[in-house]
Design a binder for this molecule. Structure first.
Ligand SMILES: Nc1nc2c(ncn2[C@@H]2O[C@H](COP(=O)(O)OP(=O)(O)OP(=O)(O)O)[C@@H](O)[C@H]2O)c(=O)[nH]1
Ligand SMILES: [Mg+2]
Length: 200
């Protein structure tokens, strides 16, 4: 994908700050620290457009990045982060719910999981939530560069088995080495293609 432009379009810290727009959206969801912001930077070939950190809980709002003036990436706050208060977690949930309730977007969701852990209740209920809304989803196994070659097949099978009840593909990706990014772009363009210009 040729990235002609990528910029922060909006940061929504509260549901009231959400705005409707007419571009297709790809939302990036997953536990805190799983690598959502890093993946957005890797896709857009920008070092620090989406802010990343080794401290979990970095992304505390929904950040919207407009790409090529044609579509939007939404960097969602991480779920399942133990150190935030119950009230704050509930607040994020309301924010994310409101975002998904917008009628025109998003169009598709990328859910990042840590391939070294069993798929959690949070991921499974989030997948059910997306299915209920007829939204396309793709599972990304992140930080694939950290998984030893000898463990890859076994690990992938285990995660696929845990996700078997859902009609969803699983893709290993590394934001560090770039592995899997082309296939991820394929999913993104498929779900945004009506809006892309011919040279994209
Ligand atoms: N080795 C490796 N490290 C990664 C990769 N992707 C992300 N990381 C590291 O994982 C840590 C967390 O990455 P972030 O992108 O900030 O994670 P996040 O999901 O946005 O986290 P929150 O904003 O807290 O929800 C950082 O230290 C990244 O450098 C990857 O593909 N490979
Ligand atoms: Mg983040």
């Amino acid at each position: 994908m040729l990235i002609r432009s990528a910029e922060l379009h909006l940061a929504a810290h509260t549901p009231e700050q959400l705005k409707r727009d007419d571009t297709p959206h790809i939302a990036f969801a997953g536990r805190s620290n799983v690598g959502k912001s890093s993946l957005i930077n890797a896709l857009l070939k920008r070092k620090n457009l989406a802010r990343t950190s080794s401290t979990p809980g970095k992304t505390r709002a929904i950040f919207f990045f407009r790409v090529n003036d044609a579509f939007t990436f939404a960097d969602l706050p991480g779920y399942g982060y133990a150190k935030i208060s119950k009230g704050e977690r509930q607040f994020f949930r309301v924010l994310v719910d409101r975002y998904f309730e917008f009628p025109d977007n998003p169009k598709a969701c990328v859910i990042l999981i840590d391939p070294r852990r069993p798929v959690g209740e949070e991921e499974l209920s989030f997948l059910a939530y997306l299915t209920n809304r007829n939204m396309k989803a793709l599972i990304i196994m992140t930080k694939w560069d950290r998984v030893k070659a000898a463990q890859r097949v076994k690990m992938r099978r285990a995660r696929e088995l845990e996700l078997a009840a859902h009609p969803v593909k699983v893709l290993p990706v590394s934001s560090k080495t770039g592995e899997g990014l082309d296939q991820l772009w394929h999913f993104i363009t498929k779900n945004t293609k009506d809006f892309l210009s011919p040279d994209a």
